[in-house]
Design a protein around this ligand. Sequence first.
Ligand SMILES: Cc1ncc(COP(=O)(O)O)c(C=O)c1O
Length: 457
Amino acid sequence: MRNYPRSAAILERNRRFIPGGVVSVNRAVTPEIVFVRGEGAWIWDAEGNRYLDYHAAFAPHLLGHNDPYVNEAVRRTLEAGASLFGSGTTELEGRLAELICRHIDFVDSVQLLNTGSEATAEAIRLARAATGRDHIIVMQGGYNGWHNDVACNLMTPLEALGPRRSPGEYPFVPISAGIPRAHQELVHPVNFNDLDSVTWVAERYPVACLITEPILQNIGVVHPLPGYLAGLRELADRYGFLLVFDEVKTGFRHALGGYAAIAGVRPDLVVYGKAVANGYPIAILGGRRELMDYFVHPDPARRVLLAGTYNAHPVPVAAAIATIERLLEGDGEIYRRLESLGRSIEDGLNERIAGLGVPAVVARQGSAFCLYFMDHRPVDWHDLAANHDFRLDEALRRELIEQGIYVFPLATKQWSISAAHTPADIEATVEAVGGVLERQRGSGSVGAAGRRVEGKD
Ligand SMILES: Cc1ncc(COP(=O)(O)O)c(C=O)c1O
């Protein structure tokens, strides 16, 4: 077992000033490793160990850590004297907004915020303002941020959910203390891939919006079944609620327009974050003009407040423009490369799994994938929680970390490939995973009963 004495010392010191020693409690995992450097597909810890990174800081690093083109754009912007002015517009924010609207056909205009959570909060507020309704539908197994509307029903233990409910809704199971009960009553969690439950809720409550990741990527990679997203579109139109796609994880990673562009389903509002600026903090809320215009509604009583001291800070805006420029290069050459790397790892893992006879499946979209220890790809959280071997998943992750491959040590968390990974990296990863599974099988651990855990990005 590796030891991390320098990491331990830093953590110990930080505990005196930060609750638990780590900012953002979801980052507090074991092994307790302090990372100090990132470049391309690699990260280094305080001891000097190097890791091939598939965590990518919960997925923003699509081009790899510290992409030179993006960093150079940031450096040039600062050297040109850009600062945060907080009064009026800037040419830079207009350039980013135009780039996005030009390349995503269902986005007429955008707002720029700092984090995905801020953007989903604003999307929901806007939906409530535009529809005059208060209730919202969220997905069991989805994550849309830390605020009161959506901090619920992620990796909910099945004991708290009870049996599968369809058609129907699950109880609001908060993932944070402090969410007022009155607020919880406005939020209706349903299973992903279950249109009947959406209908069930929409017939009983005045629903302002349904917010969902188009692929559930906070519990690995759970795809929509054929017709599901189009079905949501139809129900939104039939019942008059807005369809909000939370593409914080899927957006820009799978395509510029996110998974909506791939699926050909147009949301009313969309939220992007993470990969937009390859690791710099920015989020985007966009959609149809008549909805977005609520932010400047002539009637102050109907106007939606969107504010933020740091909104459109020139550093992340410059980073986002540069990231998009990179993604547009060579008519999407980077996406082709990511798909090819993703395909290789999927094929390689499938070959090893078949050779070992391990009950496992790979679920993948482009550069995002997850290895599930069950006999089919999950369709929703209920399916996953009942069938996946969480213990084996975590054991695999811990062993890989020991070997210098960093995957977040929490079962079902997405693996993210970056454009800086190479075919040789992928080959080495397949070998390493195969080796761990072979040992686990030898020790009789494969197929052992699963364990369910709470977790979020
Ligand atoms: C799909 C999704 N939506 C929203 C968020 C919240 O974004 P942020 O952490 O930037 O507030 C996340 C974060 O992991 C996410 O994965």
